[in-house]
Write a protein that binds this ligand. Structure first.
Ligand code: NAD
Length: 493
């Protein structure tokens, strides 16, 4: 209905439009209970607009639509047709990329230029990558005995629930939708309550692309209501989640208590970044800086613990501070902004309380540590030194622009300290010695190890965590395993 269409004026003066209804069966609708919630601009702390709020009844509606679409339509599409629709969606996102980047800047607070050059590029690339897979998913013939013929089929699971976070709204949407649709599943996707707008804009493009009704349903709402209804739904065969370890644990429990739906989880991290004394210092400073401060520290793979060999420690810390001081914090719509506000008041308070804890624990706040400005959820780039592994700020995910820089003497000590965490999403090593680079990357317990770089993630390379950082891998061919059931057919000849 018309009342769901919102016109929004950007700080640049431009007006953009979005339908704020729940996207079910290719229509934008009000929630059953008529509920709406506010989404906030983190740069101004003001309400952007209200969005329809899904509750359990709406999740039922979306699941019914997805079930019907799966049984009657989507499972009968061949891979080439699914691929063609995914390519069409990628084209539409590309031709609307400036506006989508504006939604990200407005709703999430990330810098517009970065959203455009990085988030939108990754989103489009991922959907194209999985469009290419749609007609290449097949089983095997397995030789058993002469009087039998055995083959496998990789069949879609059916209706898939997807719950995504607010830190990369469109990248996470693409990581989830791409492989699920390529494999032939239908989807009920819940964006994070903090950032529903870009996903709703994509919903209107999904309809234009020509996806049959019910194949993709997008239902903004809160975690404890809409999210839990997805995790506990008896007709959802699989749930894919990205977010905090605490919520991941909750979802696993919900799945276990209901229909034992399959679960993949991409959770938090406390990734170590190890700088050896033979590293190219300027390169190490630059990558270690981007390793933590990218996306205002709101990155699951953030290199939040930097370990520097003692002989180069003082020089490193000084150069790191100078590099940090050269980067601009400010309005997401300014073209030279690197760091915008944190996502919400909750996250702002949480990060500030970690900064206080760090000080109380005896760490030195070497730079930053305060609120930036007096409006918006901005936090100064913060560096802690004189830290040890027992401190909370060295063990818990802060998810903000806060780094801890520690010293080590030997490579063995760096490995031991690097692995001293319950997480295992990522790690990095800086060295010119190729043998050490290989040995260290083998020794670190992490799903991704970067050597002389950080945050390099491609649509065709697997991503996911060891230990409490998750279950399963996203991206690349590996993600297809998350969205298929393998059927073995034994034929007696
Ligand atoms: P969260 O994990 O609670 O939220 C992520 C998503 O899960 C949202 O869509 C939310 O609505 C949903 N959700 C919440 N509770 C749910 C439930 N019981 N059942 C089903 N879905 C549920 O994260 P948050 O509260 O926004 O942030 C808290 C912390 O989580 C952050 O400080 C950070 O450490 C971590 N986090 C990690 C990532 C990541 O990419 N790994 C992303 C966001 C937040």
């Amino acid at each position: 209905t018309d009342s769901l269409v919102q016109k929004l004026t950007l700080p640049t003066g431009k007006t953009i439009e979005v339908n704020t209804g729940l996207f079910i069966n290719n229509e934008f609708v009000e929630s059953v209970e008529g509920k709406r919630f506010e989404t906030i601009n983190p740069a101004t702390e003001k309400v952007i607009c209200k969005v329809a709020e899904a509750t359990a009844k709406d999740i039922d509606r979306a699941v019914d639509a997805a079930t019907e679409a799966f049984e009657k339509v989507w499972r009968h599409f061949d891979g080439k047709e699914r691929g063609r629709l995914l390519y069409e969606l990628a084209e539409l996102i590309e031709s609307n990329k400036e506006e989508l980047a504006e939604f990200e800047a407005l709703d999430n607070g990330k810098a517009y230029t970065i959203a455009l050059s990085q988030d939108l590029a990754a989103c489009i690339d991922t959907i194209r990558y999985y469009a290419g897979w749609a007609d290449k998913i097949h089983g095997k013939v397995i030789e058993t005995s002469h009087d039998r013929f055995c083959y496998t089929r990789h069949e879609p699971i059916g209706v898939v629930g997807q719950i995504i976070p607010w830190n990369y709204p469109l990248v996470m949407l693409a990581w989830k939708l791409g492989p699920a649709l390529a494999c032939g599943n239908t989807v009920v996707l819940k964006p994070a309550e903090q950032t529903p707008l870009s996903a709703l804009k994509v919903a209107s493009l999904i309809k234009i692309a020509g996806f049959p009704p019910g194949v993709i349903n997008i239902v903004p709402g809160f975690g404890s209501t809409a999210g839990a209804a997805i995790a506990r739904h008896m007709k959802i065969g699989k749930v894919a989640f990205t977010g905090s370890t605490a919520t991941g644990r909750r979802i696993l429990k919900d799945a276990a208590e209901t229909n034992l739906k399959k679960v993949t989880l991409e959770l938090g991290g406390k990734s170590p970044n190890i700088i050896l004394e033979d590293a190219d210092l300027d390169q190490a400073v630059k990558w270690a800086y981007y390793g933590i401060y990218t996306n205002h520290g709101q990155c699951c793979c953030a290199g939040s613990r930097v370990y520097v060999q003692d002989s180069i420690y003082d020089k490193f810390v000084q150069k790191y501070k100078e590099f940090a001081q050269s980067m601009k914090i400010g309005d997401p719509f300014n073209h030279d902004t690197f760091q915008g506000p944190q996502i919400s008041k909750t996250q702002f308070d949480r990060i500030m309380s970690y900064i206080e804890t760090g000080k109380k624990e005896g760490a030195t706040c070497f730079m930053g540590g305060k609120r930036h400005g007096d409006q918006g959820y901005y936090i100064e780039q913060t560096i802690f030194t004189d830290v040890n592994e027992n401190m909370k700020i060295m063990q818990e995910e802060i998810f903000g622009p806060v780094v801890a820089i520690a010293k080590f003497k030997t490579v063995e000590e760096a490995i031991e300290k690097g692995n001293l965490t319950r997480y295992g999403l990522a790690a990095a090593i800086f060295t010119k010695d190729v043998t050490r680079a290989f040995k260290l990357s083998n020794a670190l317990k992490a799903g991704t190890v970067w050597v002389n770089c950080y945050n390099i993630v491609d649509s065709n390379t697997p991503f996911g965590g060891y230990k409490e950082s998750g279950h399963g891998r996203e991206n690349g061919k590996y993600a297809l395993e998350n969205y298929t059931e393998v059927k073995t057919v034994q034929v007696n000849l």
